[in-house]
Design a protein around this ligand. Sequence first.
Ligand SMILES: [Zn+2]
Length: 322
Amino acid sequence: MVAFARRSFPRVAWLVALAALACGGGSDSVGTAPSAPTTPTTPTTPALDTTGFLEFVAGTAPLVIVAPHGGALRPTNIPDRTCTGCEVLADANTADLARKVADAVALKLGQRPFLAINHLHRVKFDGNRDQTEATGGNAILNGVWDTWQTSLDSARVRAARIGGRSLYIELHGHAHAIARIELGYLLSGSQLRMTDSALAIGQFLRQTSIAKLATDARSGASGTALLRGAPSLGGLLVAAGYPTVPSPADVAPKDGESYFTGGYNTVRHGSLNGGVTDAIQIECYSTGIRDTDANRAAFATVLANALAEFLKKQYGWPTAAR
Ligand SMILES: [Zn+2]
């Protein structure tokens, strides 16, 4: 495995070291003539060691698997996020789930997806928000945010070079009342409650994170079929025994039911604003999917099979018959 981004971040360290030099208790005394240059002053505050905060593994498939909320690290020198309305609960076991999905895809296809894991706990850093909310306003993390997001940008672009197109999958965990997978395409519950024909006639499909695929699926499937028909990711997961919305069995959350539509990353890394990468947010319930090692392994295999079929039928990858 080859890291596609460095795992230590000199720029962050440099910024923090600079801050330490500016604010730390120095030993200069007023009125003393400058002495000859000596060895550089060592900051009294150690630079933030970002090694291990973010993990990136390069892939050989046009697929990116991301876990932004599965981290457990709580470095004491990073303030907790206390911003108003900021969510700080982690998505338990999704880092391990992402790794298992990547391994299962590699086993299935003989090619690895790109993999990105944020190992910082969400109380410190949110890997699915804009910079201000992600860092909670803690400037010490600005460089980490830059590295996280630009590395995700890089991963989806590099993945697209492999297959001409790429698919960005982000794994989350929810605790909603209904135990079903929630797939986020940036359509709200009320929009999903529209009929297929209403969705197709309006501009709604162009506002999704799979807007590009909705116009050019290799199979010729319609945008609404790709959203919640048999060939959709939801259709494939339901067929494998995992309740999912949207899907043919559950086309939309009912009025009043909780549902995650997709977040910052689904917007940034999906195709609603153009580009060749489609994005799908996968919100997993706990019991039976991410609660035990065995359940994570079983679901990872099912999701890998579904993704392999989706890539083959909708993106024509790999081109050679397998
Ligand atoms: Zn999450």
